[in-house]
Structure formats: C-alpha cells, structure tokens
Design a protein around this ligand. Structure first.
Ligand SMILES: *Cc1c(COP(=O)(O)O)cnc(C)c1O
Length: 380
C-alpha cells in the first residue's frame, strides 16, 4: 500500500492556530476593555453590532448572552408564547426546540430533507394549524435551509420566520445572507462556531426597527431606561470582552469560511478518489447555496456500521462527533409532546448514520489525507 500510515492526531476542531495567529491583537483588545472598565455592553458591543449588521446585510444587530438566548429573545419579541405552535426541525441542537418550549409555545416538528439534513419545506405546510405562529428553520452545518419555499409558506399563512443561523454566519441562499431572510436571525458565538468568542455570546439580526428596540429592551430586564420596566425581560447582555475578541476575529471570517470550503472540497475529492463513494455520502451542496462548512458531515449507512467507524477513527487519533445522536422528538423532556419513534424517519436515520469529520480552517492536506486513508482502511 502506498499510503504510509504513521499515526497522526487529527482533532475534530483545533482553535490553537487561530488564537496564536491573532494573539497580540487579542491581547491588546482585551487590555483595552480592562482599561475602559466597561465590562458589560459598552463601545465594543455597539461596534460589533454594527459590524455584524453589515456582515449579515441587515439593518440592526443586537448582542446577547448566547445563541440559545437569541432564539428565546426572538420568540418573545414576536409575542410568541402560551397557546402558540412553532414549526421547526427535529434534527438540530437542543436550543432550537427548547427556546420554543421556554417561550411557552409548543414545538411542532417536521422531518428533514435527507440530502441537506435541513427541514423539508415540502412537509411544512401540513404541520400548520390555526395555532401556528412561526417557523424556525435551522441552517444546519453551515448551509441555509430552502428559504424561498419556507418564506412562501410563511407568507401564505402569515407566520413569522426566525432563522436559527447559529451555524451559518456568512452562509447564503440565492445571494441572501443567513439571518437576513426571516423576521429575525439568531447567531451563536460559542467558541467552536465559525466566529467564536472565548466564552458565551450571541447576536440577533433584523431589519425591523421596532423589533430591534424590543430585543434591546428584553435583553436588559425589559426596560428602555434603568429601573423602568415596560415588560418582563431578563439578563442576556453581551460581555464587552467577548465583543472585543469577536471584533478582532470578524475581519478574518470570510477567509476562514473560504478555507473551510476548500477543505470540504478536498475531503469530497479524496473520498471519491479512495473509492468510498458507495460507502460514504459526502455533504450535498445545493447550487443556490454558499455553504460555510461549520461542520463536514458524512453519512455512513447502517449496514456499514458508523459506530464501529467512529471507534476505528478514534483508535487512530482522528476526532469525530455525531451532530446529533438523538432527534428532538425523542428527547425525554419533550415526552409531553407525544411523539414516538418512527414519526420522523429521515431525522432518525440521520441521527444513526451521520458523523462529522475534523473541520477547521487550518486543517492541512496531510491531515485530511490521513483521515481519508484511515476511513479507507476501515472499509478495506
Ligand atoms: C450552537 C447552537 C445554538 C446555541 O448557541 P449557544 O451560543 O451555544 O447558546 C443554537 N442552535 C444551533 C443550531 C446551534 O448550533
């Protein structure tokens, strides 16, 4: 065999190269915040908000404490609560569904489209009732859901669209940026996201000035001015330190996402060259989409035993992860919704068959060759 396979360590994600390249700038930004002694909201948050608004091509951006809070704030700002239903995907990170339930509404799940793993727009309409108030599409793995179809259904039924763009900053659907297509876009700056803070942080985007103002109020206890509370909000302010770090990173985001796209192309080519096309399904990229490859997720059919492949990769130093092993409708905390196994067969199959391979902008050719050679040895 020509592929020399000396063992390498290839982590699922490695933030060290990014941080060491920006070390001095990050240090200066953090020191500036210490010197200002303004640790909450403040100038860096205000500037980050305008920079993110520009980047996502929206009018307003409102910083908040996390992506999870962004989703909850968006629903509250749209007056969604008790007695309302919100349609979303069962194949997502927990926060998408929990925000709906936390707002007091009922999550209503719709199965995914098996190639993109995003909500299947053809199935959304059948899930709409007279109680439905909103649709929350998730742009999973960094590729936008089919927004034209979703926006069309929403318009016909007068529903709000809240985009869960936590994995998709800079992604596009027919030239429109993630977070700019619905009423509100929700972003996460969790450290491993494409634009990652060094702690918790999130952002909301909208073109509606009234909604932006309401979001700003809700994130600070529901008051436009201190000690005057027009409504019941909560504390979901964005740290100035996080904003300062994010402002150093944002100018690099396009280059990082481009590098991720190139890494993704390399994987897909290496998998095909290794003759793994039959055994492993690479990510499908819609031609209308600008995929930012937050994650590079392959599908390994049940007969090829994904879990044994994961173990084999782990034994050989390759980090992988399953996003997500248990769909939302089968989570214990949602048992009261009375869904059962078999209700969303594509989401359930994706949960059994997918795994994410190492993906970060600084991944080397050598590392990718090693990952694919290791996958090939499993099937040899
Ligand atoms: C990361 C993520 C969130 C939550 O963001 P946090 O900042 O971790 O609270 C929500 N939805 C999706 C799809 C995510 O990937």
């Amino acid at each position: 065999m020509s592929t020399a396979t000396t063992k390498m360590e290839v982590p699922l994600i490695d933030l060290k190269p990014q941080h060491s390249a920006l070390r001095e700038e990050l240090r200066a930004a953090v020191e500036r915040v210490f010197d200002s002694q303004q640790f909450i909201l403040g100038e860096d948050v205000r500037l980050l908000e305008s920079e993110v608004a520009r980047y996502t091509r929206t009018e307003y951006a409102v910083g908040c404490a996390s992506g999870s809070d962004a989703l909850l704030l968006a629903l509250l700002a749209l007056d969604i609560g008790e007695g309302d239903e919100v349609v979303t995907t069962p194949f997502t990170f927990f926060a998408t569904a929990s925000a709906i339930a936390r707002a007091g509404a009922r999550p209503v799940f719709v199965d995914i489209e098996p190639r993109t793993y995003n909500i299947n727009p053809a199935k959304v309409e059948a899930a709409i009732t007279e109680r439905t108030r909103a649709i929350v599409p998730v742009h999973l793995y960094g590729q936008c859901a089919e927004m034209d179809d979703i926006l069309g259904v929403a318009e016909r039924h007068k529903l709000a669209v809240v985009e869960d763009a936590a994995q998709a900053i800079g992604a596009e659907d027919r030239g429109r940026r993630a977070g700019s297509m619905g009423a509100v876009g929700c972003f996460s700056f969790y450290p491993t996201k494409n634009l990652g803070a060094v702690g918790e942080a999130g952002m909301l985007t909208t073109d509606d000035p009234a909604l932006a103002e309401r979001l700003r109020r809700l994130r600070v206890h529901g008051g436009a001015t201190e000690y005057q509370h027009e409504e019941l909000g909560f504390n979901s302010r964005l740290d100035t330190l996080q904003a300062a770090v994010l402002r150093v990173k944002l100018p690099h985001l396009d280059a990082w996402s481009q590098a991720r796209r190139e890494r993704a192309d390399t994987y897909t080519r290496l998998l095909a060259d290794a003759g793994l096309g039959e055994l492993v399904t690479p990510p499908f990229v819609r031609h209308e989409a600008r995929h930012i490859f937050h994650l590079y997720v392959i599908r390994v059919p049940a007969r090829a035993s994904r879990d044994a492949l994961i173990e084999h990769l782990k034994q050989n130093g390759v980090g992988t992860k399953v996003y997500y092993p248990v769909p939302m409708h089968l989570q214990q905390c949602f048992a009261y919704l009375s869904y059962k196994e078999g209700d969303f067969p594509e989401a359930e199959r994706a949960a059994r068959e997918t795994l994410a391979l190492p993906m970060f902008p600084e991944l080397t050719d050598e590392q990718q060759q090693y990952v694919v050679a290791t996958v090939r040895r499993f099937f040899a």
